[in-house]
Design a protein around this ligand. Structure first.
Ligand SMILES: [Fe+2]
Ligand SMILES: [Fe+2]
Length: 890
């Protein structure tokens, strides 16, 4: 048993152009879960490694949505290929084809939240920035300016209503002088003397209000606390916190609404915001905290789903929106994703006005009468027809009062929101794509209970929907007929309600594309992620804008047919960002054990690129290429979204690697046999180890690659280049070293790639990589995972005894060929050689993250033995950080 701890020293390793830092080895308690860490300070240029072999996906600690969402376009630097794989194969290399527009940087905001920044920057080829416009985070792509209003029989209601919400969510009640605070705890505070309460006040927490409890969420005990704060000063800022003898929240603040109707409320409006892929979240958080909005409207579909994982997804989601809903009223309506257990998570977690547990209610804000409805009562009839008719009757009554002359004079705007739209032009089979939408016309024996007539008759101005993950604005419409105010100003005095569908705030179900033909009633459509801002200036002017994030979307095809729409993000400019990559080899069509995990992680935005170090499909040319097609179809859900970088393995050798050369599009001019590219602070070199073994295709290939490599490394190690990209990482298929129990070349001492071919003997690669200070060499071929101590010519060059990977004196080799294929595992020799640091035969893959110019981290994920819970995987920085603990190894 060894026990090693971290120590910081700077050593200058001999013979290397790159000076690396010390290493710190952490051995894990579990054989399968051990780690290696390298960090350091030192002399420039410097680099150090952190390797970690973890079999636990659960290392993820925080919301991937905050940290790893692929976002807008990053302008490509050079050479990176994006592979759009269609079933008939053929990648589309989009090198140089991407039209640069927007760049999004991510950085930590002042409140500890991840905020996004969009820099509008234009590039010409070769990434020369020619303009820098602004640091604004969004692009407004659509406006709706309504004037006059539709003058029919409008009357209005005198109710200042509303409670606004937090998990910490707080709601506006009827009066401007009331607010409801809601939070949940896992502890039962009822046995406490005073239960739980809110302390609040204008400057100090000098007032208290006790809470009431309501039920639990659907799967486990959870205590929901609600406190109504009354007699508040209108237009004032209050501070508050909530808790009990068992503990207190942080201090939040909110602003009460001004008195009366003659002010101009501003609201954020959206639907379908999930816990992951919450694309709009960071900007909404930022805007909420900067006081842009008086309230939020979230029109259904939360968290995906509130009840998932026994409510933990709901908890996380509410944690994520706390930075909004702790400060600004958060108004909701139920969507189809809330239906579990008769909407019990929805009913319990939010506190809306009225007495329906938030299913339907209305409230007033300034000159607006808002009505929130449940469209779901038309779809989940198993929870009772009665709900539908109750809502319908209530709506009629509410509208009747709202349009009383004296009420309408005070609040001329009537805005309805609910989850499922009556109209939409998306390419799917949702109800809104049919003409007889259930909410619009009613259905079966409930014909006549449709809502379109009702809203039209009572002069509703605006109807806001979500559900479709896109944005669509309609012309004023009633029963498929357009009622524009006039040809020139369709929204000035329109004669029918205007519909807006805004369900693209971002969630794990991604986008809903549109039908190619836009219907006559659809005024504007966008499939980008985003949300809406709604401002009612006064009794005659309403303004709404759609804020979108550009994600580069593409599809490919021809007159004969088109692929689905995919998206990708380009890399940030420059070198000072931290790329994360998935790395593996030997992934087959059958028994592709790592595939589901990889697909999931790629789509959740964990990675900037994938490296597949040879051996695909087993084999791509089998069954006349059908196996290759099927394999590419399998990886489409990765390679359609992020760059999929490859090198050839022995399984690609058939017909002189022709399937490999044709199906992928790598940088350079060798049809993917060897090439290099840069990603952030890394210079990657991809090589063909196969030129050493399939000599029948020409010895010339070997020497050509050898000479190219020398040139490439020479360039990469020029001090000016090394300063920018201190990390040099090589990947290829067959390892130079391995301790597997078979007769592969790597089990011998004289591996061809290492020392050269039998005839020539001076064209081996180990010397070259060592002399040029290559940091990391990634191999596959053996269906196992093995990590070596820093090694050169069978000699160990650890940085130090305690920190072998800090400033190691030779390259580090990692063999990761167990992604899964029908050839199963390659077991190890029972005796582990002295140069082998860690071995595992589990199926799995590696995650590689280069933090900066001095810290690199790599971990091995086993997909066996440990139950890898996909839905619970989160991505956080700490995932890659050294844990610095006391791990042991047998
Ligand atoms: Fe939905
Ligand atoms: Fe292989």
């Amino acid at each position: 048993m060894k026990f090693l701890v971290a120590e910081y020293k700077v050593l200058k390793p001999p013979g290397n152009t790159s000076v690396r830092n010390l290493a710190n080895l952490q051995q894990s308690k579990h054989l399968k879960d051990e780690s290696l860490v390298v960090t350091g300070t030192g002399i420039s240029p410097m680099a150090s490694l952190v390797l970690r072999d973890s079999s636990q996906l659960t290392a993820f600690k925080s919301y991937q949505t905050k940290l790893c969402i692929p976002m807008l376009n990053h302008m490509i630097c050079k050479n990176m290929c994006l592979a759009a794989v269609t079933s008939e194969s053929q990648n589309l290399a989009s090198d140089n084809q991407i039209k640069p527009t927007l760049i999004v940087c991510r950085r930590r905001g002042g409140f500890g939240f991840e905020t996004r920044q969009v820099i509008v920057e234009c590039f010409v080829a070769k990434n020369i920035p020619i303009q820098l416009h602004s640091l604004h985070a969004n692009v407004v792509v659509d406006h709706l300016a309504m004037g006059g209003r539709y003058l029919s029989s409008r009357r209005g209601v005198a109710r200042l209503h509303g409670r606004y919400a937090v998990p910490l969510n707080f709601q506006v009640t009827h009066k401007a002088t009331e607010m409801v605070v809601t939070w949940s705890t896992v502890n039962d505070t009822r046995p406490m003397v005073e239960g739980s309460w809110v302390e609040y006040g204008l400057d100090v927490l000098n007032l208290t209000a006790n809470s009431s409890y309501s039920g639990t969420t659907s799967f486990r005990d959870q205590y929901i606390h609600r406190v109504k704060l009354t007699d508040l000063e209108p237009g004032s800022v209050y501070v508050y916190h909530c808790g009990s003898e068992l503990g207190w929240s942080t201090v939040f603040w909110f602003k009460t609404r001004p008195e009366g109707q003659s002010w101009s409320p501003m609201l954020a409006v959206y639907g379908d915001l999930g816990n992951s892929y919450a694309e709009s979240l960071t900007l909404l958080q930022k805007e909420a905290q900067r006081g842009l909005y008086d309230a939020f409207i979230h029109a259904g579909d939360f968290a995906y789903d509130l009840d998932s994982e026994e409510g933990r997804v709901g908890d996380e989601f509410l944690g994520q929106i706390e930075s909004i809903a702790g400060y600004v009223p958060y108004m909701t309506c139920p969507g189809n994703h809330e239906q579990a257990n008769n909407f019990s998570d929805y009913r319990n977690r939010f506190s809306m006005p009225g007495n329906t547990e938030g299913l339907w209610y209305s409230f007033d804000v300034g000159p607006i009468h808002f009505i929130s409805i449940s469209t779901e009562v038309y779809y989940f009839l198993e929870y009772g027809f009665e709900l539908l008719t109750r809502q319908f009757s209530w709506l009629k009554e509410d509208l009747k009062i709202a349009i009383l002359a004296e009420n309408r004079a005070l609040r001329p705007w009537i805005i309805v929101y609910g989850h499922r739209p009556m109209y939409c032009s998306n390419e799917n089979t949702d109800d809104c794509t049919s003409n007889q939408t259930q909410t619009r016309t009613g259905f079966m024996e409930l014909l006549g209970k449709g809502l379109e007539d009702l809203f039209y008759d009572y002069g509703v101005d605006l109807e806001i929907w979500a559900h479709e993950h896109s944005y669509e604005r309609l012309w004023p419409i009633y029963n498929y007929q357009i009622y524009n105010g006039s040809l020139d100003s369709p929204y000035s005095n329109p004669e029918a309600p205007v519909h807006v569908i805004t369900g693209s705030a971002g969630c794990s179900e991604f986008h809903d594309p549109f039908k190619s033909k836009q219907p006559y009633w659809s005024a504007f459509r966008s499939a980008d992620y985003g949300y809406n801002r709604l401002k009612v200036f006064n009794s005659t002017h309403l303004y709404m804008e759609s804020v979108c994030f550009y994600v580069a979307a593409y599809h490919c095809g021809s007159e004969k047919g088109w692929s689905p729409v995919f998206w990708f993000k380009t890399r940030p400019p420059g070198h000072s960002w931290s790329p994360a990559l998935a790395v593996y080899g030997d992934l087959g069509y059958h028994n592709a054990r790592s595939l589901p995990h990889l697909q999931n992680e790629v789509q959740r935005g964990f990675y900037d690129a994938v490296i597949h170090a040879g051996d695909f499909a087993y084999d791509m040319n089998d069954e006349e290429g059908n196996v290759g097609d099927k394999f590419l179809r399998q990886i489409e859900s990765m390679a359609g979204y992020i760059p999929y970088m490859t090198c050839p393995g022995n399984h690609e050798a058939n017909n002189n690697f022709s399937d490999y050369r044709n199906r992928f599009s790598m940088p350079g001019n060798t049809e993917g046999l060897w090439y290099s590219f840069d990603v952030g602070p890394i210079h990657f070199i991809s090589i063909s180890t196969e030129v050493y073994y399939f000599l029948e295709y020409g010895f010339e290939l070997l020497t050509r690659q050898f000479n190219w490599l020398k040139e490439d490394l020479k360039k990469a190690t020029k001090p000016s280049n090394r300063a920018l990209r201190p990390w040099i990482i090589v990947y290829g298929h067959r390892p130079m070293y391995c301790s597997n129990k078979n007769i592969d070349d790597c089990t011998m001492n004289q591996t061809r790639t290492r020392i050269g071919t039998p005839d020539i003997m001076n064209d081996g690669l180990e010397d070259m990589f060592y002399n040029h200070g290559v940091d990391l060499e990634i191999w596959a071929h053996e269906h196992s995972y093995e990590r070596l101590w820093p090694i050169y010519n069978y000699q160990i060059y650890n940085g130090s005894l305690r920190e072998p990977y800090r400033n190691p004196g030779a390259p580090v080799h990692v063999i990761t060929g167990s992604a899964g294929c029908d050839e199963k595992h390659d077991p190890f020799k029972s005796k582990q050689p002295y140069w082998s640091a860690f071995r595992s035969v589990d199926y799995g893959y590696n995650r590689l993250k280069v933090f900066n110019s001095t810290h690199l981290y790599m971990e091995y994920v086993s997909v066996e033995h440990h139950r890898v819970s996909i839905s619970r995987s989160r991505c956080t920085n700490t995932q890659y950080r050294s844990t610095g603990g006391s791990d042991t190894r047998s």
